[in-house]
Ligand binder design. Structure first.
Ligand SMILES: C[S@@+](CC[C@H](N)C(=O)[O-])C[C@H]1O[C@@H](n2cnc3c(N)ncnc32)[C@H](O)[C@@H]1O
Length: 241
């Protein structure tokens, strides 16, 4: 079973999310187990501070190294020896997260998230403990919990058995070269808005063609970068044939 740890000053933020919906179900199915370590529990008395002023001056506080190293040592002591663990630090200056990175994380045994706060974390944490520095996009959030949960959710849903239909994940945007196609469900007609008749025709070949065409059109308009890659691939197939 995959073990997932969050080193965070706000364990409540994480616990709420991992206990609900598909993540919660994944834990009930014993495919993954979630743990939190509250960084304040690893801070020094009497003040139990986890942040301090930056050396060299400047605005903003820095997350101190001791609570994080101590919490990390405790996590390592709880994991089986020599198990494969990735230590992830979500950070805006990390490598931008994508489907391939999610798939890669879904396949490794243990994930340990170090959630940054304030201006950042003491660099020694990054240098000594972290294996993966990951950004979820070119904007800045107040803390690492939300990005860690985004990364986790994208990875856990790709663990076989987590989704009721893995096939569904395989046809999602970014799992292949094209964006996903539009979807419709009952009622067939709603407020004078009809569903495309082809989807109700029962003709599987025509349905597949329609879906592919819709995906192609959407990708072409919204993601010229993906469209370019897709066309090269299609050309490759055509040339090969
Ligand atoms: C206010 S941010 C610090 C930003 C940092 N000074 C910088 O400019 O790169 C506090 C924490 O939120 C998290 N964070 C904020 N934006 C993020 C993003 N786009 N991707 C991943 N983590 C992010 C990181 O853990 C970061 O340490």
């Amino acid at each position: 079973m995959k073990q997932v740890y969050f080193l965070t000053p706000f364990p409540g933020m994480v616990k709420t999310v991992v206990s609900e919906s598909i993540l919660g179900r994944a834990e009930k199915k014993e495919l993954v187990q979630f743990h939190t370590k509250n960084l304040f529990d690893f801070a020094d008395p009497p003040h139990y501070r986890i942040d301090d002023y930056p050396f060299g001056g400047g605005a903003g506080m820095v997350l101190k190294p001791e609570p994080v190293f101590r919490a990390y040592d405790e996590v390592i002591s709880e994991l089986p020896e020599n198990s494969d663990s990735r230590v992830i630090f979500p950070t805006p200056d990390g490598k931008v997260f994508d489907h391939d990175a999610a798939l890669n994380l879904s396949r490794c045994q243990n994930l340990i998230f170090i959630n940054g706060h304030y201006k950042g974390v003491d660099q020694r944490i990054r240098d000594e403990l972290v294996t993966d520095e990951i950004s979820i996009g070119d904007y800045v959030l107040t803390g690492g919990e939300l990005p860690a949960l985004v990364i986790l959710d994208a990875a856990v849903r790709l663990i076989p058995g987590v989704l009721n239909s893995y096939e569904s994940a395989e046809s999602d945007s970014f799992a292949g070269e094209l964006l996903d196609c539009p979807h419709y469900t009952r009622p067939e007609s709603f407020r004078n808005l009809d569903s495309p008749p082809v989807l109700l025709s029962g003709n599987h070949k025509e349905i597949e063609n329609w879906k592919k065409k819709q995906s192609e059109e959407k990708t072409k308009i919204r993601r010229p970068d993906l469209w370019k890659k897709y066309n090269k691939l299609e050309d490759g197939i055509k040339n090969y044939e």
